[in-house]
Design a protein around this ligand. Structure first.
Ligand code: PBG
Length: 326
């Protein structure tokens, strides 16, 4: 039977790869690394199989494992030895992340990105200084403008330790501008900022909050992270970060927010990153453990889909496993 259009003609084995629109490569991937000042040995993270919190002494070894798979970049998260009201260990020269940066950059050729936030460092677990009375009044949480200088201090301390790029994740209005100003003032004009530009108040962060010990002690993050119901607002959020000098724009989480990713790709001429978060990783592992999904296949398909939707770079706990097979 004659048919003009037969899309199947281009699906035979010889031609499939010639017409493939999207290709995933190890250089697209960024692997998260947790450095923990409270332990002397590697601690596995139960809800994130295959991931560990490592002491500073193991940071280089951990990054070398990642580099061997072909992944070139890491993003560091820290668990400090102690927490306080302000989160002062976040900008300490001998803080856990600052020490890890120094060791990793001295011993490896990995590209080192750092997460800039206060939630792992404050005793209340919020991403900034609290407003007076925030504990008693759940309608109040983080004092936006008082938090800005602290974020700037953290970013500069990471730069001084040798970070290659800083990534503010707190969804504090003005954070990119404050950090840009701080970096420029300290002589780090060349250091790029990867902004968690459209970060949603998502329930998919659960396993990460266990891993990094960063769950809020009361309330939630709905007053600073975005409402999952909003897509147009993402355009406004991202535009503000572009105005303030963000070099790379991130959407987070990834899979439940592919519409946002594709919108940011279309509307902004900047590299776009997606964070395939802890819950996205944990749910595939849980289903695979039950024998319900093929882990290798769904991990690859997830990352390919995130790339197809518009991501140039992908932060993912699958980085090593997928890179190894590319
Ligand atoms: C810190 C931060 C979080 C994640 C990355 N940076 C946690 C949060 O906002 O609660 C989540 C990453 C993940 O779930 O994999 N603000």
């Amino acid at each position: 039977m004659s048919q003009t259009q037969r899309p199947r003609r281009l699906r035979s084995d010889g031609v499939r790869s010639l017409v493939r629109e999207t290709e995933l490569s190890a250089s697209d991937l960024i692997a998260p690394v947790f450095v923990d000042a409270t332990t002397e040995t590697r601690q596995s993270i139960p809800s994130m199989p295959g991931h560990e919190r490592v002491p500073v002494a193991e940071a280089v070894a951990r990054v070398e494992e990642i580099r061997e798979t072909g992944v070139e970049a890491v993003i560091l998260f820290g668990v400090p030895e102690s927490k306080d009201r302000e989160g002062s260990r976040a900008w300490a020269e001998d803080g856990v992340v600052q020490r890890a940066i120094r060791e990793i950059t001295a011993a490896t050729d990995a590209y080192v990105i750092t997460d800039v936030c206060l939630c792992e460092y404050t005793e209340h677990g919020h991403c900034g200084l609290l407003e007076d009375g925030a504990r008693a009044d759940p309608t109040q949480t983080v004092d936006n403008d008082a938090t800005l200088p602290l974020l700037s201090k953290i970013a500069v301390s990471h730069a001084e330790a040798g970070a290659d790029m800083v990534a503010p994740s707190g969804m504090i209005d003005g954070m990119v501008g404050a950090i840009r100003e701080g970096l420029d003032g300290a002589g780090y004009e060349h250091l790029p900022v990867l902004s968690y530009a459209a970060k949603y108040e998502s329930s998919f962060y659960g396993p990460f909050r266990d891993a990094a010990d960063g769950a809020p002690a009361f309330g939630d993050r709905r007053h600073y992270q975005m409402d999952p119901a909003n897509a147009r607002e993402a355009g406004r959020e991202v535009a503000l970060d572009v105005e303030q000098g963000a070099d790379v724009l991130m959407v987070k989480p990834a899979l439940p927010y592919l519409d946002i990713l594709s919108k940011v790709r279309r509307e902004f001429d900047r590299p776009v990153a997606a964070y395939n978060v802890s819950g996205e990783y944990a749910m595939l592992h849980a289903a695979a453990e039950k024998g319900w999904l093929d882990l290798e296949a769904v991990a690859y398909e997830s990352l390919l889909s995130i790339k197809r939707a518009g991501a140039d770079l992908i932060l993912t706990y699958f980085a090593e496993d997928v890179a190894d097979r590319l």
